[in-house]
Ligand binder design. Structure first.
Ligand code: ZN
Length: 188
């Protein structure tokens, strides 16, 4: 994987990440796990997505959805984008490191640049060794930039895990990591 750590577009990366964080905050407001995503093409946000399906609703929804991730919802929204979509000119901003499913979907869509805020040591997929995979993945060039507005994303997860009744990934490695980072973590 061509995972370079670029410093270009530093300011606009912050600006677009704030929009992704607004999606995450809206999800939190609904009681959903706070992950948000925007897709940017040539400095214009062309798609947004927020995590859905993380509230168990007895009698209505028996299982938590592991498909309704913010990135998948944003990718799906590209289909109704009023502008011509050129994936090769897009950057995907996400407040949490994409999981394996989302990382795969982003690659298959042909988006060459991913910027995320907070790392996911439990379910993150961006460190997967693409070189060991079949042709389509092996040959892709995707640039991943990490830690943009990291602290703001961490705060949203901390708030989520602190609210009584929020069950998603309760008592998980991710919850523990969020608490550790909130208490001892340094940096932005
Ligand atoms: Zn995902």
């Amino acid at each position: 994987m061509d995972s370079t750590h670029s410093h270009k577009n530093a300011d606009s990366d912050d600006v677009f990440m704030l929009s992704a964080l607004a999606q995450a905050a809206a999800a939190l407001e609904q009681g959903e796990f706070p992950v948000g995503c925007v897709i940017v093409q040539e400095n214009r946000i062309i798609s947004r997505g927020a995590r859905n399906g993380t509230i168990p609703e007895p009698g209505r929804r028996a299982i938590i959805s592991e498909v309704d991730h913010a990135e998948i919802r944003a990718l799906r929204q590209l289909e109704s984008c009023p502008y011509p979509v050129m994936p090769e000119k897009c950057t995907l901003y996400c407040t949490l490191e994409p999981c394996l499913m989302c990382f795969g979907a982003i690659i298959l869509t042909g988006i060459p640049r991913i910027v995320y805020a907070f790392e996911d040591p439990m379910g993150g997929g961006t460190l997967c060794d693409l070189a060991s995979l079949p042709l389509l993945y092996k040959n892709c060039r995707v640039q991943v930039k990490t830690g943009v507005c990291r602290r703001k994303s961490l705060d949203l997860f901390y708030n989520f895990f602190n609210k009584k009744g929020n069950q998603y990934w309760k008592n998980s490695l991710l919850e523990q990591y969020v608490r550790d980072q909130k208490q001892h973590g340094s940096g932005k």
